[in-house]
Ligand binder design. Structure first.
Ligand code: ADP
Ligand code: MG
Length: 266
């Protein structure tokens, strides 16, 4: 049983504060959905958690089982059990998936012996990824949906403690969304994977059933609850939560600003 804990995380990008005190706690086997509109800072959160150098952490902490991971290089965070499926997966020409996964597993101290190829082939069948895709450079000339299937395949083979899925639903048709969600859910049930699923569509939550739903606005979590929060969101939109926040926090509904990075609540 492991815990990923984010406390009062503050992050700036290019000198602008984007994350304004994020609190989250995900335990093994749990699925947490983080829902927020475009530009609210969801990808900033995913990049900051994984240690992207453009994202400057100005406060707070992120721990796995009590151990601080902020300040550590990305590879060490991965070794500690964190995995990020990027919103826009990058292409890696000349590196096949098997080479990538084998290197990651070696860095973790596993011995990726001959069985890795079999494991990848089995996952590829499960996720409906054709063999020819495995022979190309990772993600090279893949469609958006194919990239997301391949990200899920990497997740399954790497078997981390926690997966951050940044809009894994974008670019997926209904069938692919179901395949990917089934695979992720099986990992939570069978291997105790903890999931932070970032999305701005409630559609994902009809396939990937969350234990907790967090509404994310202006760089912070403004409401948390069970799946009923997603239903409320369907009715009121993010607007409804923004209005509620204004009422709760008169201090943020302050003077106008021409700062394009400003809190949309302000
Ligand atoms: P979301 O994923 O919720 O759509 P992002 O985290 O991508 O939101 O972006 C939040 C804000 O931070 C946006 O205003 C965006 O322009 C800004 N931002 C994110 N990453 C960068 C970056 N690398 N350089 C400059 N601005 C960035
Ligand atoms: Mg994003």
């Amino acid at each position: 049983m492991s815990t990923l804990k984010v406390s009062d995380l503050r992050v700036s990008v290019a000198g602008h504060e984007i994350l304004r005190g994020v609190d989250l706690e995900v335990a093994s086997g749990e699925v947490h959905a983080l829902m927020g509109p475009n530009g609210s800072g969801k990808s900033t959160l995913s990049h900051a958690l994984m240690g992207h150098p453009d994202y400057e952490v100005t406060g707070g902490s992120v721990t796995i089982d009590g151990e601080e991971i902020l300040g550590r290089p990305t590879w060490q965070r991965a070794v500690k059990g964190l995995f990020l499926s990027m919103q826009y997966p990058i292409e890696v020409p000349g590196v096949r998936l098997e080479d990538l996964v084998a290197a990651a597993r070696r860095a973790r101290g596993d011995d990726p012996n001959g069985s890795l190829g079999d494991r990848i082939a089995a996952e590829a069948r499960r996720l409906d990824v054709r063999d020819e895709f495995l022979e190309r450079g990772v993600n090279v000339e893949f469609s958006g949906g194919e990239k997301k299937r391949l990200e899920t395949l990497q997740l399954a083979v790497l078997d981390p403690k926690f997966a951050i899925l940044d809009e894994i639903d974008s670019g997926l048709d209904v069938d692919a969304l179901r395949d990917v969600s089934r695979r992720v859910e099986a990992m939570t049930a069978e291997r105790g994977l903890g999931v932070l699923a970032i999305t701005h569509y409630a559609r994902l939550l009809t396939e990937l059933h969350p234990d907790r739903v967090h509404v994310f606005l202006g760089g912070r979590v403004v409401a948390s609850g069970g799946p009923e929060i997603a239903d409320r969101l369907e009715e009121t939109g993010y607007e409804g939560f923004a209005t509620e926040q204004e009422a709760d926090r008169p201090s943020v509904a302050s003077a106008g600003t021409d700062d394009p990075f400003a809190d949309p609540l302000a």
